[in-house]
Design a protein around this ligand. Structure first.
Ligand code: FDA
Length: 421
């Protein structure tokens, strides 16, 4: 029986080998590369608009970033996903796509499929049960559009044909389509399939690429950080800021001290704005002008300055703040000159730190930079100079804040390209 099957397979392979290449070439209306958030959404919408769509991915498991997102519950959008929450060399670029596919649209999609969800905080929406449900919704939407999803498939080479269509040479055979959507994402987390495919392809077709850097990533410091080793594990609400003018960022969220540096939502957020060599300013008592408060409390105060400070911040931070300001903790508040209290205020409200770097692609949630928006249409995500070529999702120079914004960009840009392609 087995021998018979083997013989049959060999005969089939020989038949395929004898067929001329052109005969085996499959044709589609749209080929989407990358079966992640943006690629699957794009494929589903295009398929349901009646286009013949194929999605190719080199990974064994598709949509892996959706699977691991939001601690396994996928923070799938943010109610406040407006353009102000996105970084790009052209901050206006994301407006059009975001306006035409909104968080309410994605919520309606999940509702139609019976996925239960909840708001955690700051407009962040998560699945009640599992991020697998979002993947399942996308799979079902693709099935409704008769989309062919193929993986693991490697695209070995590609070229533009004289009729304008794109010919893809894959390890599963050649295929051609007049529209090619690149949804291969950014560079974060290489071990689950991230690649620089989008940037290489863009450059080969003459598009510019804004240098990609890790974003939403913990920050590291030099050996001098050892002075704060005892704080590792401590989480506090803090204000963090960096930069100036249009490129400035400021967030008030939780900050986590780690053995290597700083992490937590506040730091992940500010990391997207941070430029190498620039300091970050940390406010360990956000909403309280510490110097003004201490000076106001000083007259007649019997308590030590350390005891007073412990009312404003976790005790473990008090000693480091005093030492940075050069103030002795057991000094009575009343005995300290205003000058010393102002120094203490600056050490707490405006602690300036100089990161040495980031934890890199291994830990970054997203990529800042990507295919330059100057070379793309903001309404269709099409390459201006290459008809039929589209870039969606994280491959594009559009990076959202932490909190569901990056998925909203993936959905919205995928839909915009699907409607145009
Ligand atoms: P995505 O990376 O999802 O998909 C790209 C696909 O292309 C992958 O399937 C990959 O295998 C494939 N591919 C790559 N190179 C290829 C090649 N050469 N050939 C073929 N296929 C190729 N965002 C958010 O809004 N809320 C959240 O909760 C989280 N949580 C989160 C956690 C973690 C740990 C990470 C790393 C990231 C997040 N994010 C997030 C960010 C979010 O996951 C990300 O922005 C989107 O997945 C981007 O969607 P894309 O479809 O553009 O790329």
């Amino acid at each position: 029986m087995r021998r018979q099957m083997r013989r049959q397979m060999r005969r089939q392979m020989r038949r395929q080998m004898r067929q001329p290449l052109q005969c085996r070439m499959e044709k589609f209306d749209i080929a989407v590369l990358g079966a992640g958030a943006a690629g699957l959404m794009c494929a589903a919408v295009a398929g349901q608009l009646g286009r013949r769509v194929v999605v190719l991915d080199h990974a064994k498991r598709i949509a892996e970033k959706i699977r691991i997102s939001g601690g396994g519950r996928c923070n799938f959008t943010n109610r406040d996903a407006g353009p102000a929450a996105f970084l790009s060399d052209n901050p206006r670029f994301c407006r059009s796509a975001l306006a035409r596919y909104t968080p309410a649209d994605f919520i309606a999609l999940l509702n139609r499929h019976g996925v239960r969800w909840h708001e955690k905080h700051r407009g962040q929406l998560f699945c009640d049960d599992s991020s697998e449900q979002v993947i399942e919704v996308l799979r079902r939407e693709c099935a409704a559009g008769q989309v062919a999803i193929r993986h693991p498939v490697e695209v070995r080479d590609y070229q533009r044909e004289s009729d304008g269509s794109f010919l893809l040479h894959t390890d599963a055979g050649p295929l051609a389509a007049p529209a090619l959507v690149i949804a291969t994402g950014g560079l974060s987390i290489p071990k689950i399939g991230a690649s620089d495919f989008a940037y290489r392809l863009a450059e080969r077709f003459g598009l510019r690429v804004v240098s990609p850097t890790p974003a939403l990533v913990p920050l590291t410091f030099t050996a001098q950080w050892d002075a704060y080793a005892a704080l590792a594990g401590l989480s506090v609400e803090a204000g963090v800021s960096t930069g100036a003018g249009a490129s400035a960022g400021r967030f008030v969220e939780d900050l986590l001290f780690t053995h290597r540096g700083l992490s937590g939502p506040a730091i992940l957020q500010i990391s997207s704005y941070w430029r190498s060599g620039e300091p970050i300013v940390i406010d360990l008592a956000p909403g309280r002008d510490l110097a003004a408060w201490l000076i106001g409390e000083k007259h007649g105060a019997r308590r030590s300055v350390a005891t007073m400070l412990a009312d404003a911040m976790p005790a473990r931070l008090v000693a480091t703040a005093l030492s940075r300001a050069g103030v002795t903790g057991d000094a009575r508040l009343a005995d300290l000159p205003d000058r010393a209290l102002r120094a203490l205020g600056a050490a707490v409200n405006a602690w300036q730190v100089l990161p040495a770097g980031t934890e890199g692609w291994r830990k970054a949630e997203v990529t800042r930079g990507g295919v330059d928006t100057r070379d793309l249409s903001s309404s269709t995500l099409a390459a201006r100079a290459v008809p039929g070529l589209y870039f969606v999702g994280e491959a594009v120079d559009v990076t959202g804040w932490l909190g569901g914004y990056n998925f909203q960009w993936a959905w919205a840009s995928g839909v915009a390209a699907a409607r145009a392609a």
